[in-house]
Write a protein that binds this ligand. Sequence first.
Ligand SMILES: Nc1nc2c(c(=O)[nH]1)N[C@H]1C(S)=C(S)[C@@H](COP(=O)(O)O)O[C@H]1N2
Ligand SMILES: [Mo]
Length: 330
Amino acid sequence: MLLKIKKSYEISENLITPLEVYHHRRKFLKTIGVLGIGSVLGLPLLEAVENTPAANVVINQNTYPYQKNPNYSQQPLTPYAKASSYNNFYEFGMQKEDPYHRGKLLQTSPWSVVIDGEVQHPIKISLEDILKKMSLQERIYHFRCVEAWSMNIPWLGFELKDLIALSKPKGNAKFVLFETIKQDTMPAVKNPSLAGYIRFPYHEGLRLDEANHPLTMLAVGMYGKALPNQNGAPLRLVVPWKYGFKNIKSIVRITLVEKMPVSTWMGLDSSEYGFYANVNPNVAHPRWSQANERFIGEGFSFERVPTKMFNGYAEAVSALYAGMDLKTNY
Ligand SMILES: Nc1nc2c(c(=O)[nH]1)N[C@H]1C(S)=C(S)[C@@H](COP(=O)(O)O)O[C@H]1N2
Ligand SMILES: [Mo]
């Protein structure tokens, strides 16, 4: 996410980056010659980081049995090395490579998820029991970050509605609030200046009908393996028609509520990041266009491709927003 630097908690990016990381980055970017190009084109330096050397990517070797779902087969795939080293996970810092370098500080075992709030049966369920109850499938979805880059990722997971159903939501439950784990070992929990003093835990929300939509998944893996920590192990949300920041990582709590919850990014700047965050090429972010995107595939390219309404999933989801003004409900 691009955090606008203007409020009291916001200071310039080179100040909030630990100096050695900052200098290392500058050196690295100079070495690969991207600093110059990025500056000339006026592109954020972060755009260059997808060239992070991938040789030492830690691959999570756990595998789960799953079936491929041929109905979701977006191509070409983003290479695993890029999807697992160019990340946003602010608990680990604001640079794209921070979650990859520091992700091992996340403790993912034991893990359980609480489902509570406006439900008849509040539950606390372990990851193992979730895996026993849910049958896993692979779906390749297009992923579009609000920063205007995109990837195609083969997720392993199940439909969120099947987990929510275990808790039997009450009639007055209208929204779902999600919470990421908060651990003292997370660098930006320990040292809030690493992530612009964002207050953790990270929160996101969906309308209940969005959460129950068959496209909405909880992913426990990608590329045939358990999720690497930097991608939100062991369990994260995947809502393919919404901007990346809705896809909350490392979830420990799912709370059914009556009123629209305030997500982390709405709380930081609601004029830039709305509750809906539906991918929409016709509604610009206040600081940049959303009409096109840079697809991260093999190689490195500044070429841009048009962004599709609802990220290409309009046929499946536009009925959810019938009659709604998508410019005001951004
Ligand atoms: N807990 C948590 N979840 C998060 C974020 C975060 O900083 N913290 N970043 C979001 C953003 S902005 C994006 S684009 C996606 C990135 O997911 P990926 O790293 O698997 O591509 O995670 C989202 N989920
Ligand atoms: Mo994002």
